[in-house]
Ligand binder design. Structure first.
Ligand SMILES: Cc1cc2nc3c(=O)[nH]c(=O)nc-3n(C[C@H](O)[C@H](O)[C@H](O)COP(=O)(O)O)c2cc1C
Length: 372
């Protein structure tokens, strides 16, 4: 399972793993893949530094990367300056706040204790927050910087290259992939409709070869709907130089979902139990379908607000739902591959399964091609 890109990065397997959890990212690198830590939830630079220190101690000198969310389309204050969190809060209509409270009340969701902060307060998609994360990350020997929601700004690409860090960006269409290539990035992550998190409308089977063709000779990683070695083989057969997996790590023993009810829901969910909804961030993101996403997607409701308003509007509500494990409302970003996530396993066990399945697929194709 070696490609030019995996050799360039010095990893055994061309398997890249996106995860918000440092313990999972480190385990992916130790298992022979390339762990990528999602930084979006780190609003305090010191927290990111603490977790990168931890990663340094636990990757056994193996390479890893960081993922930030710098939207190419920035929300700006009327004067053109970057929006602050207070500006965003002030833009949220009272009717939407009322809808949040009514929906929570309908399910009897308790409030947070006096003075208790909302744990799920993601502002990492605000450029000044993401830049703070980068200031921390460039002090560590990261080998890859990935960006969701567009190409990173030119000065960020330049800074990464000066430090010998490869730059990747997620793309949901061949057009986006070409834009990234024109911006000077090194790797395109072609993420199909099936994927967990923010997705476009083109399925991986169609997108992967289109992206490969659009940006050749730049390497493309296939993302979306990959959870078995056979699927890895299919992606590599379509021309990808590796795969980028996000959902499958959520039910690993190293993941820290803070909710056994959520883990149970993921293990029980089928591939049809996700929905692409704007409920979490204001942009379409695939996640478990719940009564919370149904409420936001109901045409009788007020509808969602654009990014970054929706994320701040629902931040406290999401924390309350998670804290009190209110099952009908409890969800997480996850892709259609959730249908095969049926047992809690270690990251190493996932890799063992991926490599065995890959070998089976190669043997099968060799037999079909008359080479076995
Ligand atoms: C819980 C979760 C959170 C995600 N958050 C981000 C993110 O912050 N930045 C990003 O680039 N991609 C994010 N993604 C998308 C992943 O990077 C990856 O492209 C996707 O999960 C691949 O498809 P799969 O879910 O079918 O494995 C997230 C995915 C999941 C499941």
């Amino acid at each position: 399972m070696q490609t030019e890109l995996s050799k360039q990065l010095g990893v055994e397997y061309a398997v890249f793993g996106f995860t918000p959890f440092p313990a999972v990212a480190a385990a992916i690198s130790r298992a022979g893949g390339f762990g990528v830590l999602g930084a979006v939830r780190y609003t305090a630079p010191d927290d990111l530094a603490r977790d990168l220190d931890w990663m340094q101690e636990h990757v056994d000198g193996l390479p890893y990367g960081l993922d930030v969310v710098m939207p190419a389309k920035k929300a700006e204050a009327p004067g053109g300056q970057a929006l602050t969190e207070a500006d965003v809060e002030a833009m949220i209509p009272a009717g939407h706040r009322q809808f949040v409270e009514e929906t929570l009340a309908k399910h009897g969701v308790p409030g947070l204790a006096e003075g208790e902060a909302s744990g799920w307060r993601i502002t990492g998609w605000m450029e000044q927050v993401a830049r703070g994360q980068l200031d921390v990350a460039f002090d560590y020997p990261i080998k890859l910087l990935a960006n969701a929601l567009g190409s990173p700004p030119a000065d960020v690409i330049e800074r990464a290259h000066e430090q010998g860090v490869l730059v990747a960006a997620l793309a949901g269409s061949a057009r986006h992939a070409r834009k990234h290539a024109d911006a000077g990035i090194d790797i395109v992550v072609a993420q199909g409709y099936e994927a967990g998190g923010h997705t476009g409308e083109i399925a991986s089977m169609v997108l992967t070869p289109e992206a490969v063709e659009a940006v050749a000779p730049l390497p493309v990683l296939a993302a979306g709907g990959i959870g078995s070695g056979e699927q890895v083989a299919a992606a590599l057969a379509l021309g990808a130089q590796g795969v980028w997996l996000g959902s499958v790590w959520l039910t690993t023993t190293e993941a820290d979902l803070h909710s056994s009810a959520l883990t149970r829901k993921l293990l029980a969910a089928g591939s049809g139990d996700t929905v692409r909804s704007r409920a979490l961030t204001g942009k379409p993101a695939r996640q478990l379908r719940t009564e919370w996403t149904d409420a936001w997607d109901d045409p009788a409701g007020p509808g969602t607000l654009p990014m970054p308003l929706q994320g701040l509007l629902v931040a406290e509500a999401v924390s309350r739902i998670q804290k009190y494990e209110v099952e009908p409302l409890l969800g997480t970003p996850v892709g259609q591959i959730v249908g095969r996530m049926n047992s809690e396993r270690s990251v190493q066990a996932v890799f063992d399964d991926l490599t065995r399945g890959f070998e089976r697929a190669v043997e099968r194709l060799n037999r079909i091609a008359g080479r076995a």
